[in-house]
Design a protein around this ligand. Structure first.
Ligand SMILES: NC(=O)c1ccc[n+]([C@@H]2O[C@H](COP(=O)([O-])OP(=O)(O)OC[C@H]3O[C@@H](n4cnc5c(N)ncnc54)[C@H](OP(=O)(O)O)[C@@H]3O)[C@@H](O)[C@H]2O)c1
Length: 246
């Protein structure tokens, strides 16, 4: 068990695969009470069963729908009595050069990576302000710090997540709420599957095959940020595979 994790009530969006799933496993092992959301409900149910989560700890959630995000967060409070942490993790990365005009992909990234995070903040804040405690963990990326060809819109959403998180950090001081940005480099998940342009997907997969590290790296970063004493606010963790140049 890690300090300051056991017994905490944690909502994770995008917990049906990748970083969210690995974090659910890690935090459940450390004794947290996890409530998980994503669209693929069968995967969530299987994970909940494996981790022996509460029978109501799973909710089909599309983070593009603000009411569904609110219901997920409210479910955690109704099942477990309060909310300690929300991890706004759901996201996708359909890279492509702007000249190809994949406007639907741009919309998806803005709706999921950016507005989905805002909906998580909107759902969690009223509970945390009332409680005068809580932690909001938003998932950005190395792409929240820099941009490369083909990644303009993704990087824009991830930069925005960092900016919103910093504004949030300053605003929630009176409520004793901690705010954390976690910005990973290449981690081996299903993320490249969201790329709709075949040549781009092939290139990204080759990179991931070469350098990507285990999702446990992300789960460890979450556990580190959560497990600090309540008066210590870890505001950002940026990490990469040792072999990643970008
Ligand atoms: N892996 C990396 O290299 C890396 C690096 C930097 C940042 N990130 C960020 O890490 C986060 C998690 O990605 P991952 O790497 O774990 O990829 P992943 O394995 O593809 O997982 C993405 C998760 O987001 C969920 N999701 C996608 N659209 C959603 C929607 N509309 N509503 C609710 N959930 C949705 C997916 O669940 P459903 O499809 O079941 O809804 C899935 O659980 C993303 O924000 C990503 O940008 C990843």
């Amino acid at each position: 068990m890690s300090d300051n994790i056991e017994g905490k009530v944690v909502v994770i969006t995008g917990a049906s695969s990748g970083l969210g799933e690995a974090t659910a496993r890690r935090l459940a092992r450390d004794g947290a009470k996890i409530v998980i959301g994503a669209r693929r409900i069968e995967r969530l149910r299987a994970l909940a069963q494996e981790l022996s989560l509460h029978e109501n700890a799973v909710m089909q959630t599309d983070v593009r729908d603000r009411e569904q995000v609110k219901q997920l967060v409210d479910r955690a409070v109704s099942v477990h009595g309060h909310l300690d942490v929300i991890i706004n993790n759901a996201g996708l990365m359909p890279h492509s050069p702007l000249e190809r005009g994949r406007v639907d992909d741009w919309d998806q990234m803005i709706d999921v990576n950016l507005k989905g995070v805002l909906y998580g903040i909107a759902a969690a804040l009223p509970h945390m302000m009332r409680q005068k405690t809580g932690q909001i963990i938003n998932v950005s990326s190395v792409a929240g710090h820099k941009v490369g060809p083909g990644g303009a819109v993704y990087a824009a959403t991830k930069h925005a997540v960092r900016v919103i998180s910093e504004g949030l950090r300053q605003e929630v001081k009176p409520y004793n709420i901690r705010t954390t940005i976690i910005s990973p480099g290449a981690v081996a998940t299903e993320l490249p599957n969201s790329i709709t342009e075949q040549d781009v997907a092939d290139r990204v997969r080759q990179l991931y095959d070469r350098v990507a590290i285990s999702p446990d790296s992300f789960a460890s970063a979450v556990a580190f940020a959560m497990s600090q004493p309540e008066d210590v606010d870890i505001n950002e963790i940026l990490f990469r595979p040792t072999s990643q140049e970008y």
